[in-house]
Design a protein around this ligand. Structure first.
Ligand code: ATP
Length: 361
């Protein structure tokens, strides 16, 4: 909750969506607090855009209810919902100037022309596009176009901003600066923002709350830190983070340890639902593994491939039983391909999952 008011901004109640006989959203419940920046993430086809478009009113809801600021908007037109949407494609009117694009929505709403002029000036100052007001969209760079598209949303003073992958058409450098700009806008305007992205960095840096979706269901909702450090299940653990979390198959011993090859690692989990010999997964983030002297609690692996990225190095390793392990190394010697190493991982960084992906600890 960004502004601490605790008021509900958007409430989705048992939302379902079907295309013909095919249900793609399977009963989503979600409460978004006033002023929160909420990011939807998940693999391609999980329903991020469909959910956003249903909130916008661009897609009909098959079942369930959407409320914005306490008002049931499920059957209202997009224009009546108090939302503004920014698309990946910008969706600017090519034959209008930037100024006309910015003011068009207000003109349609029969706003007083002097008022339109004042608000367009205000917004173009916020977004630093005032020198561009007389240009057409065709005469702008990608970044400038996206600024105009965002300006067109702001000028209408919506309750809720919806962003559908707004930065994915921009080059890497511009993405970073626009990302920072969007974060600044959120801080300045304080509105609720809902944002769909494929980009992990955008999700982690912009979100107050990340909603992780899979196959039309919510797997977890939480702060970036919660979903990263305390994932609800193996899916979330594997989806959030790049390179992704390592999952090693391990055997539960019944004495509080798991075995991976010759390594015996302490596993502080509730073993009441487990039997000795049960297979578990031990999850470890690449940055939590460190090279150390061999020992009982050490995982032995051979370096297969090494990637130097400047500030960091990724070691792609293989255990004796063929399992893979990715290790992020920030400092220390440049280990070479073929080298046999031992790795340790702190106890509080170990995550355990049952065979069905359930989190054990
Ligand atoms: N008009 C449509 N007719 C039939 N199925 C559709 C339609 N639109 C979307 N779907 C299906 O609904 C599911 C969710 O699609 P959606 O575009 O919301 O996913 P997404 O998470 O946004 O994916 P991406 O990350 O690839 O954009 C997918 O299985 C998709 O094939």
């Amino acid at each position: 909750m960004a502004n601490g008011t605790g008021n509900k901004s958007v409430v989705l109640s048992d939302i379902r969506k079907s295309y013909g006989n095919l249900e793609v959203i399977h009963g989503i419940d979600l409460t978004i607090e006033e002023g929160d920046f909420v990011v939807f993430v998940g693999p391609s086809g999980c329903g991020k855009s469909t959910l956003l478009r249903m909130i916008a009113g661009l897609e009909e809801v098959t079942e369930g209810e959407i409320a914005i600021k306490g008002r049931d908007v499920t059957d209202l037109d997009p224009s009546e919902r108090g939302i503004a949407m920014v698309f990946q494609s910008y969706a600017l009117y090519p034959h209008m100037s930037v100024g006309e694009n910015l003011g068009f929505g207000l003109k349609m709403a029969r706003t007083d022309p002097a008022d339109i002029e004042r608000r367009v000036a205000q917004v173009s100052a916020i977004l630093k596009i005032d020198p561009l007001l007389d240009r057409r969209p065709g005469q702008l760079s990608g970044g400038q176009r996206q600024r105009v598209a965002i300006g067109r949303a702001i000028v209408r003073k919506p309750d809720v901003f919806l962003f559908d992958e707004p930065l994915s058409n921009l080059d890497a450098e511009l993405r970073v600066s626009m990302r920072i700009e969007i974060a600044r806008l959120h801080r300045e305007l304080g509105n609720t923002m809902i944002y769909v992205t494929h980009d992990q960095t955008e999700a982690m840096t912009l979100a107050d709350q990340i909603v992780v979706l899979r196959d039309g269901r919510i797997e977890q909702t939480g702060s970036p830190r919660e979903v990263y450090e305390d994932p609800a299940n193996m899916f979330v653990a594997g989806f959030i983070g790049s390179p992704r979390m390592n999952f090693l198959e391990a055997e539960w011993q019944g004495d509080g340890t798991v075995h991976i090859g010759s390594a015996a690692l302490w596993a502080p989990i509730d073993g009441s639902s487990l039997a000795p010999g049960d297979r578990l997964r031990l999850g470890m983030r690449p940055e939590h593994l460190t090279v150390c002297e061999p020992g009982a609690e050490r995982i032995a692996a051979q370096v297969e491939f090494s990637e130097y990225l400047g500030g960091t190095r990724y070691l792609y390793c293989q255990l004796e039983d063929g399992q893979s392990l990715v290790v992020e190394q920030r400092e220390g010697p440049d280990w070479q391909v073929g080298e046999r190493l031992s790795f340790s991982v702190p106890e509080d960084r170990r995550r355990f999952f049952a065979g069905d992906g359930r989190r054990l600890r």
